[in-house]
Write a protein that binds this ligand. Structure first.
Ligand SMILES: CC(C)(COP(=O)(O)OP(=O)(O)OC[C@H]1O[C@@H](n2cnc3c(N)ncnc32)[C@H](O)[C@@H]1OP(=O)(O)O)[C@@H](O)C(=O)NCCC(=O)NCCS
Length: 166
């Protein structure tokens, strides 16, 4: 699949978090974007988690949360979000990543381009290994990660661990 040349990453401040939540509400499942808190839909708990998460991640990989999030743009349009979080204790500088796109932005190469950009950010930060965990049934995510060079391991709990050595 050809990579979209227009994909960029932007830092997430309060105004950008508002835009991401609007996108998530109109164009994604809440479970693709946030943990299953407080029952279905964008209830108060899930919404509070969303803003708290992006606010903590604004301090970046070297901040207290050791995490950074970005908004993914296709040209001028906000398309989704991608993140990195340091994973200590593995012996080499590592982080986990996660990504979600609005439904209307999927299967157009945007996820692949955004992952390439976040891997470049990881290299700039001196990281040597990136991991991601997804459900065994999420073939789109597994294909995306394999295309970025990940080795996949299927675990007994129905999840798949993807590891990219940078
Ligand atoms: C997973 C996700 C980020 C993929 O992004 P995307 O922009 O749709 O992916 P791309 O178009 O860049 O495709 C990347 C690769 O996956 C393949 N792919 C995409 N969607 C697929 C699907 N539903 N089933 C199988 N393969 C799929 C593409 O063919 C492409 O393969 P290639 O590089 O060999 O050509 C997106 O579908 C999404 O946001 N899903 C919901 C949230 C989620 O599951 N996040 C992942 C959690 S780890």
């Amino acid at each position: 699949m050809s990579r979209s040349p227009e994909v960029t990453l932007a830092d997430v401040d309060q105004a950008m978090a508002d835009r991401l939540l609007q996108l998530a509400k109109r164009d994604a499942s809440p479970d693709e974007v946030a943990p299953p808190l407080g029952g279905p839909g964008w209830n108060l708990e899930r919404t509070a988690w969303f803003y708290g998460y992006h606010s903590a991640a604004a301090a970046g990989l070297d901040g207290p949360a050791a995490e950074k999030s970005w908004a993914v743009f296709r040209g001028p349009e906000i398309a989704g979000s991608v993140r990195l979080k340091r994973t200590p204790g593995t012996g080499i500088p590592s982080a986990e990543t996660g990504i979600w796109l609005g439904r209307s932005f999927r299967s157009q190469g945007i996820g692949g381009a955004a992952l390439d950009l976040v891997l470049a950010e990881a290299r700039r930060a001196g990281l040597l290994r990136i991991t991601a965990r997804t459900l065994a049934g999420n073939l789109g995510a597994q294909r995306l990660l394999t295309s970025a060079g990940a080795a996949l391991t299927h675990d007994d709990d129905g999840t798949v661990l993807a590891v990219v050595e940078l």
